[in-house]
Design a protein around this ligand. Structure first.
Ligand code: SF4
Length: 324
């Protein structure tokens, strides 16, 4: 791994307007989906991004690949600020950051054969001459463990796991450095999930890829990630190496999440105590004051006074909590 991050995200915000008011139709409210997120992904590294549904993980991913313009903040790719570039300026960088989606069927055009699904990015980005595209597409299918002779089949002729492999092949066609995997195995049968995770690991080794791996299944995250960032209501509340995070979580929210994960050691597993979080994640339309986790935090009473509800804790090297 090099010293300079491949991807550097600085104080990224993504807010969406909700409703309209007044003569000029100004937004009635703003949905704070991503609210000041900073992290790095190094070359060859897998960074996990975890948190409950609706915490902003997928919006963050979509903002990073340029599907949404950021409200503010910066995204640096290999030292170059890319988030405020025009579409044309950004084109060479867009190819280098690819995305794999949760539902492979929805992300593949059912009217196109696999040959044309894989040839299209090669054509658009001029990565292969016309006569080379079919061979390249067959090589990509082989790389993801599918039979290259099935290149003229349509997506519906493949199983769910095979379709996700086609999604991976399409991302690889662009010769990326970083792949953002947005819940890539959660729609698959448990027996197939391990195969796709193993494939991602093999491809990382072979092509030197970096991954931003978004998932809610912490067992999968523990298996594949080098470091893990925990998101709650649009913010990162803890970031640490996988072992630090799973063995010694610091933030009360992380502790609650980790308490639900079975431990591989049967002795430790017997003594595992589950921390059950009360209530739902508050609305990102009106996030709580101070620490956003305070209405649900079971450790809040350890902090003197009203500090938790009044003052927002900043993310230090490890976690964002007044308990330190
Ligand atoms: Fe809990 Fe207070 Fe820490 Fe927030 S700052 S996680 S409310 S103890």
């Amino acid at each position: 791994m090099q010293d300079r991050p491949l991807l550097e995200v600085r104080d990224l915000h993504k807010h969406f307007p909700v409703g309209k008011k007044g003569l000029f139709g100004t937004p009635a409210q703003w949905l704070h989906a991503v609210d000041g997120v900073s992290f790095n992904v190094m070359r060859g590294e897998t960074l996990g991004l975890v948190g409950e549904s609706g915490c902003g993980k997928s919006t963050c991913a979509r903002t990073l690949v340029g599907l949404y313009p950021p409200t503010s903040g910066e995204v640096h790719y290999d030292g170059v600020e890319v988030s405020h570039m025009t579409r044309k300026e950004r084109a060479p960088y867009r190819r280098k950051i690819q995305m794999i989606f949760q539902d492979p069927y929805a992300s593949l055009d059912p009217r196109q054969t696999v040959a044309s699904i894989l040839a299209e990015p090669l054509k658009i980005h001029k990565l292969a001459k016309p006569r080379e595209r079919k061979l390249r597409a067959m090589q990509l299918l082989d790389a993801v463990g599918l039979n290259p002779r099935h290149i003229h089949r349509y997506p519906h002729e493949f199983s769910g796991g095979q379709r996700q492999r086609i999604g991976v092949a399409r991302a690889l066609a662009m010769e990326p450095d970083l792949i953002i995997c947005d819940e890539p195995v959660s729609a698959l049968d448990v027996s197939i999930q391990a195969q796709v995770v193993n494939l991602l690991e093999e491809l990382q080794e072979r092509f030197g890829l970096s991954y931003l791996f978004i998932a809610h299944d912490l067992a999968v995250v523990r298996h594949i990630c080098d470091r893990v960032a925990v998101m709650y209501l649009g913010k990162i509340v803890e970031i640490a190496t996988r072992d630090e995070l799973f063995e010694n979580p610091q933030h009360p929210y992380t502790r609650a999440l980790m308490s639900a994960v079975p431990h591989p050691d049967p002795k430790i597993e017997r003594t595992r105590e589950r921390i059950v979080l009360e209530g739902d994640v508050p609305s990102p339309l009106d996030p709580p004051s101070g620490c956003r986790f305070h209405p649900r935090c079971v450790e809040r009473s350890k902090v003197p006074g009203d500090r938790c509800s009044m003052e927002e804790p900043m993310l230090d090297e490890r976690s964002a909590c007044h308990l330190g």
